[in-house]
Ligand binder design. Structure first.
Ligand SMILES: *[C@@H]1O[C@H](CO)[C@@H](O)[C@H](O)[C@H]1NC(C)=O
Ligand SMILES: *[C@@H]1O[C@H](CO)[C@@H](O)[C@H](O)[C@H]1NC(C)=O
Ligand SMILES: *[C@@H]1O[C@H](CO)[C@@H](O)[C@H](O)[C@H]1NC(C)=O
Ligand SMILES: *[C@@H]1O[C@H](CO)[C@@H](O)[C@H](O)[C@H]1NC(C)=O
Length: 354
């Protein structure tokens, strides 16, 4: 009798583990393959081969691109090279990317840039806020952009005990921003368990020098974050839940959930077209291939455009999809006047004319 009970318990235990893993495979959208979709005029950007994780574009058409992210558990093709910020002028006929010089006593050797966000103040001075992971910690670096010199001047570093495992930020005022935390454990082994067990311990933070608070929580990897063109709504991509959440933003910076959209892909970063208000989302159709990289069977890329997100029936269009032969692991897509830039975690970057 005792043996029978033990056997039954073992069976139940194994089937629970089995279910947990199949739920994990589902979250990683492990078996999805893509059919190719491509705008007509696309080319790879020569100067970017080792990552282009985040892109933000100035109203004048100058695009900032963060490159060289080192992230636990993800590949990096140039592990000895520090990260860089590239600039690309989308007004040019045939734009090229150029690494920006950084002055002002910044430790460039430890630069490990992740999410970036532009802030333009009342005097039209342009600041670039960059999530940095020196020694795998999380800080937010503030730079002033010198357009004439095409360089960044380092101003200051923001650190806070709640600013941990930061993925992305969106800056809305001087030293005022929302930030996402994408995993709870900093140890890569524990953070894998966090994904397998679906712990949902990550959050969205509001930071200002006077007040720091969690404004939304319970995410299974909160990833990209951005605001609507009118700054009334905040959009958060929940990578492993395949969801984009829409929040109403209040004057006191709290967020009220409005709606969530479901996708059949891991949604990474969101950008908003300032002209139309459409969302552009860099996605991973097969997350397993990003986290367990094999150059023979690389991760695919996918870009979705979402129109009319606030209405009953938002329109979702797959603008780009490719099996990884050209572009691996797309994270972000940004548009400027009919031009599209697609960035990746650790691979190349694509420039398209729509
Ligand atoms: C990317 O990294 C590889 C390996 O370190 C290096 O050979 C190559 O020049 C890098 N490419 C660019 C465009 O920096
Ligand atoms: C996501 O995109 C926004 C808008 O382009 C940018 O500000 C942000 O830094 C990006 N974040 C990441 C982690 O790619
Ligand atoms: C923030 O503002 C919202 C909307 O006005 C209000 O409902 C909420 O109670 C406020 N929260 C705090 C903590 O002040
Ligand atoms: C990816 O697509 C290309 C072109 O459509 C095709 O030649 C190649 O065999 C595909 N690779 C895989 C791994 O499916």
């Amino acid at each position: 009798m005792g043996k029978l009970v033990a056997l039954v318990l073992l069976g139940v235990g194994l089937s629970l583990v089995g279910e947990m893993f199949s739920a994990f495979r589902e979250r990683m959208s492990a078996s999805r393959e893509v059919e190719p979709v491509e705008p007509e005029n696309c080319r790879l950007i020569e100067e970017l081969e080792n990552g282009s994780e985040d892109i933000d574009i100035l109203p004048s058409g100058l695009a900032f691109i963060s490159s060289g992210l080192k992230y636990p558990g993800l590949p990096n093709f140039a592990p000895d090279e520090p990260g860089k910020i590239f600039l690309m002028d989308l007004n040019e006929q045939n734009p090229r990317a150029q690494a920006l010089e950084i002055s002002g006593g910044f430790d460039k050797e430890l630069f490990n840039p992740h999410g970036i966000s532009i802030f333009i103040d009342k005097d039209h001075t342009v600041y670039l806020y960059v999530v940095n992971h020196p020694h795998m910690k999380s800080t937010v670096e503030i730079f002033k952009f010198e357009e004439q010199q095409r360089s960044l001047v380092y101003l200051k570093t923001i650190k806070h005990e709640l600013l941990k495992s930061v993925n992305d930020i969106v800056v809305l005022g001087p030293e005022q921003f929302y930030a996402t935390r994408d995993h709870y454990f900093t140890n890569s082994f524990l953070s894998l368990f966090e994904m397998i067990l679906d712990l949902r311990w990550t959050y969205v933070l509001f930071y200002s020098p006077r007040e720091v608070k969690v404004v939304a929580k319970g995410f299974c990897s909160a990833n990209g974050i951005t605001v609507s063109a009118d700054q009334k709504y905040v959009y958060v991509a929940e990578l492993l839940a395949h969801k984009i959440h829409v929040y109403e933003k209040h004057a006191n910076w709290t967020l009220t959930p409005l709606k969530s959209l479901d996708f059949n892909t891991l949604v990474d970063n969101i950008s908003v077209d300032p002209e139309t208000g459409d969302l552009w989302v860099g996605c991973h159709p097969n997350g397993m291939k990003v986290f367990f990289y094999d150059s023979e069977n690389p991760p695919a890329s996918e870009v979705l455009q979402i129109q009319n997100i606030l209405t009953e029936e938002p329109k979702v269009t797959q603008v780009y999809a490719e099996n990884g032969t050209v572009l691996q692991g797309s994270t972000v897509a940004s548009v400027y006047k009919g031009k599209l830039l697609i960035g990746t975690v650790f691979h190349k970057a694509l420039y398209c004319e729509l």
